[in-house]
Design a protein. Structure first.
Length: 277
């Protein structure tokens, strides 16, 4: 490849004939004229990689490749895609921080069906003016599907109940909901409502967030995918962005816990043959 580049440089920059340039570079004229059949495909791969990384700044190679394979249906070999990924220097975008080695927590059981167990949790952030707001997140542990994101300055137990009621209207009731020991979850109102609905409420042990690992991992994705990347002026902007991102997360973002397919694809694959084409 270097010899061919040298010959091309002699022809274009030094006005040397192709025959003499090939002789000086020690390559045949057929090699000089040869164009790889894979070149257009490589350019297409590069275009897609650039498009994805500009769209999702914090996605590494794994998510980019799974998006191309599982969402867009391309059958390109991962080694080939990774080579082009490195040639574009995209592997230098993210430098993960060093983490302390911790004791591996006991893994949670994976539900076998939808609505077997939900997880819920709160997150905090600030508007541009410095005022604090909260996010109330709910997911289905079976396929890690995001069921709700509620954003407001104050989220009481009544708001938690209303959010859960809206999800139940289209999703159905869960058998169990897991949460930490926050005051909103310990209220008598929520306890009475769950009892009326026939839903079991499982609390994790204080100081052990790993027992709520599914929603904690989801919160991390929320934080790095969009929450840390934007500074919002009003709470309405937060809710609008959260709603749009929730659809993308459920329908287009590859999820490692689901074998590289989005949460909603796992529902389809359980009920019918899934075709990526």
């Amino acid at each position: 490849m270097e010899r061919k580049s040298s010959a091309q440089w002699l022809v274009t920059e030094k006005q040397v004939s192709i025959e003499r340039a090939c002789m000086l570079a020690v390559i045949s004229r057929s090699s000089y004229y040869y164009q790889s059949r894979l070149q257009p495909v490589n350019e297409l791969i590069a275009e897609w990689l650039i498009k994805i990384t500009q769209w999702q700044h914090n996605w590494g190679f794994g998510l980019c490749f799974l998006y191309l394979r599982n969402i867009k249906g391309f059958s390109w070999n991962h080694k080939r895609v990774y080579r082009i990924y490195c040639e574009l220097s995209l592997n230098l975008r993210i430098k993960p921080k060093k983490r302390l080695v911790r004791e591996k927590p006991q893994s949670l059981s994976i539900p076998s069906t939808l609505n077997e167990c939900w997880s819920m949790d709160f997150m905090h952030d600030q508007l541009e003016c410095g005022r604090t707001y909260r996010l109330f997140n709910v997911i289905d542990d079976f396929n890690r599907e995001g069921l709700a994101i509620e954003a407001d300055h104050s989220l009481s137990s009544q708001r938690v109940i209303r959010a859960l009621e809206r999800v139940i209207e289209w999703r159905g009731k869960p058998k169990m909901i897991r949460s930490d020991n926050g005051p909103e979850y310990m209220s008598h109102e929520l306890k009475n409502w769950l009892n009326k609905q026939g839903i079991k409420h499982q609390f994790i042990e204080p100081g052990k967030p790993q027992q709520n690992a599914y929603i904690e991992r989801y919160n991390r994705t929320v934080r790095y995918d969009w929450l840390n990347q934007h500074l919002f002026n009003h709470i309405a902007e937060v809710q609008e962005h959260a709603t749009k991102w929730l659809w993308l997360y459920n329908h287009e973002r590859p999820n490692m816990a689901n074998g590289g397919i989005p949460p909603c694809y796992k529902i389809v694959s359980k009920t019918s043959t899934f075709d990526l084409s």
